[in-house]
Ligand binder design. Sequence first.
Ligand SMILES: [Zn+2]
Length: 78
Amino acid sequence: MYRPHPFSWVPADGARHASSDTKPTSGYPTGICVATLCGHQLIADNTELAWLWDTCPDCNTAAHVLAEVPMPPAVGAR
Ligand SMILES: [Zn+2]
C-alpha cells in the first residue's frame, strides 16, 4: 500500500504529534497508546477538536527529517 511518509500525525496530550507506528485505515483510535517521534508514549485523542491543537515542535522537526524536507526558516528569522 502506498504511504507517502513513514509516519502519521496523531493528536495526543494537547498537541499534534507524529508517530511511525502502524496506523489503522481509519486513523489512530482514541485511547490507543502510540510511540511519538518526540520520544513519548501517548494516548491518541482522535477527536475533531484535537486536530486543531498545535503541532509538537519536536515531532515536527523529526517529521521533516523523515520526509527529507528541510524545515522552513522560523518566522521572523533573518
Ligand atoms: Zn511530539
